[in-house]
Design a protein around this ligand. Structure first.
Ligand code: PTJ
Length: 256
């Protein structure tokens, strides 16, 4: 049964999101342990004051540039990501444009089918994930199987709320990895090429805005595509970005 959350409750947004996650577990979209992952994310978001700061904004702009410079960009979707931001991810995928692929840690064919349906209902024409034809080398978990015309063949992959093993395996395949992870200490955050240390729903909308602004600026998109992904990353130091994200959290902790 849905909980009554008064609109003027100081934490209404957070409580509504929890209700959405609870419903998504009941519908078989989010794995039970997805609630634990969500709670960890909430704790780190507190340390950011639950708002997007300048560090995340810079990473978001870099992510948009890298996605636009890519030849075969893919957005990887898991249960939490679909439950929290399916329409926003479809909008982003169309803006880039990028391929969408469901890839799960707690994999069952039924969950994959349900999640693909939710993303299609949100407006996606094509969502991969239900007919993998290759494996990510060296990845024993159920996240190994993927599509050769999706994650397997991608040059740039956005992997939000990720587990560290796959991020490392994708890097070993020579792919450029962008992640959205509120935890700046996670293996994924440390391994990715661009880490956006911010909340998923805020971030996806911000990347879309940055993508659309870049495309609207005369000549910018052509320059990015001509120069390529490596050039887009030349001025980017992800470890410095993570240090700055941790500093933002330390400042919130100090100031209370
Ligand atoms: O749907 P599945 O089966 O693929 O499983 C997905 C989960 C999320 C359960 C799985 O990937 C997992 O266990 O992830 P981890 O290892 O807990 O990592 C999730 C990371 O995302 C953690 O570092 C959290 O701090 C972070 N996180 C959680 N919620 C958000 C978030 N980051 C940004 N925005 C959020 N809303």
């Amino acid at each position: 049964m849905a909980t009554n959350i008064p609109a003027d409750h100081p934490r209404a947004r957070s409580l509504q999101t929890r209700e959405r996650m609870k419903a998504a577990v009941e519908e078989g979209l989010v794995h039970m342990t997805g609630l634990i992952a969500h709670g960890r994310g909430e704790a780190f978001d507190y340390l950011l004051g639950e708002k997007t700061g300048p560090v995340a904004t810079a990473a978001t702009r870099k992510a948009a540039a890298v996605l636009l410079a890519a030849e075969r960009p893919v957005l990887s979707l898991n249960g939490n990501v679909v439950a929290l931001a399916a329409p926003e991810l479809v909008t982003l995928a169309k803006a880039i444009p990028a391929t969408l692929e469901v890839n799960l840690f707690h994999h069952t064919p039924e969950r994959v089918r349900k999640l693909i349906q939710v993303v299609q209902d949100a407006g996606a024409d094509r969502v991969l994930g239900d007919a993998p034809d290759m494996r990510i080398p060296g990845l024993a978990s159920d996240r190994g199987p993927c599509h050769s015309d999706g994650i397997g063949g991608a040059d740039v992959i956005l992997v939000p709320l990720e587990d560290g093993d796959r991020c490392e395996a994708l890097k070993k395949m020579g792919k450029t990895v962008i992640t959205i992870d509120l935890n700046p200490l996670s293996r994924t955050a440390k391994t990715a090429d661009v880490t956006i240390c911010d909340e998923l729903t805020r971030t996806v909308e911000h990347i879309t805005t940055a993508v659309l602004e870049t495309k609207a600026e005369s000549g910018h998109l052509d320059r990015l595509r001509t120069a390529g992904v490596a050039a887009a990353l030349l001025d980017w130091d992800n470890q410095a970005n993570l240090r700055a994200a941790r500093d933002e959290m330390i400042a919130v902790l100090r100031e209370g």
